[in-house]
Design a protein around this ligand. Sequence first.
Ligand code: HEM
Length: 318
Amino acid sequence: MDSFMAYQFGLSLGSDFIRNVEKRNWYLENFFGRRPWIYWITEHPRFIEFNAKIGINIVPKWVNKATDDLEAWHIDICDKAEVLVSSNPDVASSDPGNFPAIFATERAQFQKVDGAGWKTMSPGQPYPRRLEIASDMYDHNAAAHETSGDTLTYVYYELSRRLELQAALRAELLTLDPPIAFPSISPTLPDPKTVEKLPLLDAILQETLRRWVAVPGPQFRCTPREGCSLAGHDSIPAGVRVSCLAYSLHRNPDVFPQPLEWKPERWLNANSDQLKEMRHWFWAWGSGGNMCIGSNFAILCKLASEQKCERNRKLRTI
Ligand code: HEM
């Protein structure tokens, strides 16, 4: 969450949950406490509303309050980012660490689309597109923190059981330029393109995203106006809600033999036909119009985290 929000809102406005335990607990309790009711909130909003009118609260009132509080927190951060960007249009170059990169990018896009109408958008709000941007910012970090956290947790869990693989990964990471070798750690990170090309690191991430897929599904889609055929079923009419589960796709033993085993080697040893098939079935990011927009960022965060971990290990050793 902290890594993502630092990029989204800049260091001064992003969360600092690693150090601010009280705020972290507040966030986690509010965010995850609502989980048992998510099904009702997202699938049956009108039914809930109707019942509430006749005095039956399917969803407890504190759940709505938790949502309101989380939204208010995001809006407050957006308001501060708006002040920062509008009062200092050069903040990206004059104060890069505090540049709210994602907020500013979305704001600029709205400005471009709205043109001269920008200033008159969102009547009753203190600045244009306030609620649209806040809604998107909330969506982005909600999508970012749990998925990335789950994946990293399983990377460390699996690596803790394969010491020889840890050693091989360390050796691979030490080939980077500049090297991440304590105590002469360079303030600049190696070029992401070279990091991306490290085969073992890539295989470890791919296999973790396959075996411990962070979004197991179901991912819903609606069939198109002209109907369609899917997975051997013909003439599915228009407007039917269908779904697919990465959880199931990633357990196809014909493509991923011994699918419950975490084996990064399968990505390293596969021949080109097998690799093609494995990539075809790999669905950790989804696909199409709803595909994850944060996949590149998520991978980069994990690479940075591996590097931090290596540094911490050395510090501990010393
Ligand atoms: C390991 C990390 C992550 C995984 C496994 C993951 C996975 C996914 C999946 C499976 C979807 C649904 C795709 C579909 O329905 O086809 C999704 C959507 C989305 N993800 Fe991620 N994600 C990760 C990290 C992130 C990050 C860091 C961001 C930050 C921007 C992000 C932003 C989003 C957004 C905004 C959507 C909704 C896209 C839309 O409906 O238009 N995700 N993600």
